[in-house]
Design a protein around this ligand. Structure first.
Ligand code: 5GP
Ligand code: ZN
Length: 119
């Protein structure tokens, strides 16, 4: 799985991707199909399929990466807020089976944003 996982390939720098912020265990990158300007992803550097597989001890670094990324995006995109979304398992809309958190910068009157894929 790790060999073919798209996010593991990004972590291994086999697919060149802009880095927004990183710490020892997490990296944030722009989403390849942004639903709004600045839509980005916080991904773990180790391959865990979903949040249940991720050790609780990584929580502090996860929050660090979410906060630094969100602050940077709000500043750069002039957004006034943001959503953090984490889909777990197919039925909840998870497509990429490598734990990740969507950061969605929000602006006044930007409407309803649909980002959970149900197939
Ligand atoms: P999920 O539905 O699994 O929560 O969301 C997966 C997200 O990964 C989608 O928003 C999709 O656009 C994004 N994505 C899929 N492949 C790539 C890729 O190769 N690079 C980047 N940056 N994002 C990707
Ligand atoms: Zn992976």
């Amino acid at each position: 799985m790790k060999d073919t996982c798209i996010f593991c390939k990004i972590i291994r720098e086999e697919i060149p991707t802009k880095k927004i912020y990183e710490n020892e265990n997490f990296l944030s990158i722009p989403d390849a199909n942004p639903r709004v300007e600045g839509h980005s992803l916080v991904i773990s550097k180790k391959h865990f399929e979903n949040i249940l597989d991720m050790p609780t001890s990584l929580g502090q670094e996860l929050i660090d990466c979410i906060k630094k990324t969100s602050l940077k995006l709000m500043d750069e995109k002039k957004a006034k807020g943001f959503n953090v979304i984490n889909n777990n398992f197919k039925v909840a809309g998870q497509i990429v089976k490598h734990v990740h958190f969507h950061i969605i910068p929000r602006k006044k009157d930007d409407g309803e944003i649909k980002f959970i894929n149900k197939s």
